[in-house]
Design a protein around this ligand. Sequence first.
Ligand code: ASP
Ligand code: MG
Length: 412
Amino acid sequence: VGLLVQKYGGTSVADADRIKAVAEHIVRTRGQGDDVVVVVSAMGKSTDDLERLAHDVSQAPAAREMDMLLTAGERISMSLLCMAILDHGQRAVSFTGSQAGIVTDTVHRKAKIVEVRADRIREAIAAGEVAIVAGFQGVSTARDITTLGRGGSDTTAVALAAVLGAEACEIYTDVAGVYSADPRVVPEARRLPRLSFDEALEMAASGSEVLALRSAEFARNYGVPVHVRSSFSWEPGTWVREEDPTMEQAIISGVTHDTTEAKVTIEQVPDRPGIAATVFRALADEDVNVDMIVQNVSTAGHTDISFTVPNEELARTLSVMEKVVKETDASGFSNDPGIGRVSLVGAGMRTNPGVAAKMFETLAGEKVNIEMISTSSIRISCVVQEPDVERAVRALHKAFELERGTAGGDES
Ligand code: ASP
Ligand code: MG
């Protein structure tokens, strides 16, 4: 027998009927002979509701208490799901993150897993029980309850799959897999039968919401095959796994977009060694996640540096900039929260020249102005004005014929 880790997102367990449907599927899977470990998110939008409640009682909810509060959401869904499974005569037991041995660092609200002491889960499996684990939570090395950042249940699931040596980690959600673009923006978008770890990582990092970034990193680092699929249709979805060298790579797999970042520019900083180090050290010390960075050509010994940060870290960034401008003798700084990022991702890009040129031509044809560009070996991203984002995504999807699909059939 093999071991499967199944993760169910909030919409999959949104109400009593959904919980019962999921319980049936788990019992069915177990009946086929596989051992099953389940990771569950909070019901529906209950994490959002709890967050709102916190802001109703406090202007700046303390991070430690926020973690205490939010972890209650997964505690509700895990126990209800466990009860529903027990009704089928299948043995099952639920665990909080702490009981499941998810040990994290001490950074509340976005803790990183440092160790998984999964012995209680192993014991449950050995006893023939389905282990149900609360996603998104752990216990810190200082013995406080922590959360792994919004969407963190994916990370719990992939981490457990890695530690337990599971055959695969199934991520059940309300969409049928990862698509060539967000279907809400591009109705012709296609489900991708498979993605490499690198592609999934780039897609998650550039705005695809199907798999949390941290979990994609975990999957790649530990080689955990991930199957993203629907808990509504139960059909095969998108497999994320090691690239198959014998298979032809699609040049472009998908177009992603992200409108949750802001652009910050520090103007007329002296162009000399140590300036970039000063700016980005100051931001790192305040835990700001800097994304794209572009430095202009210098004129008369001065240059502009632009970068992007998450919108919710903008206020913090601007207060760092006040200090940095003085320290570096820059002339000032500006910011623009109204930007968006459009990216093309595809492993075949590595060996096919001309992708960037075609991307820029397509955007030019739509009269979309490109403000910043960054690339990796399998991604090209452009920062544009937010109102241009959806038009840009649709134009790129069409120009690269992503509705047509690629070589290779479905996997199941
Ligand atoms: N319930 C948490 C959230 O809404 C974790 C998750 O769903 O993955 O962010
Ligand atoms: Mg999620």
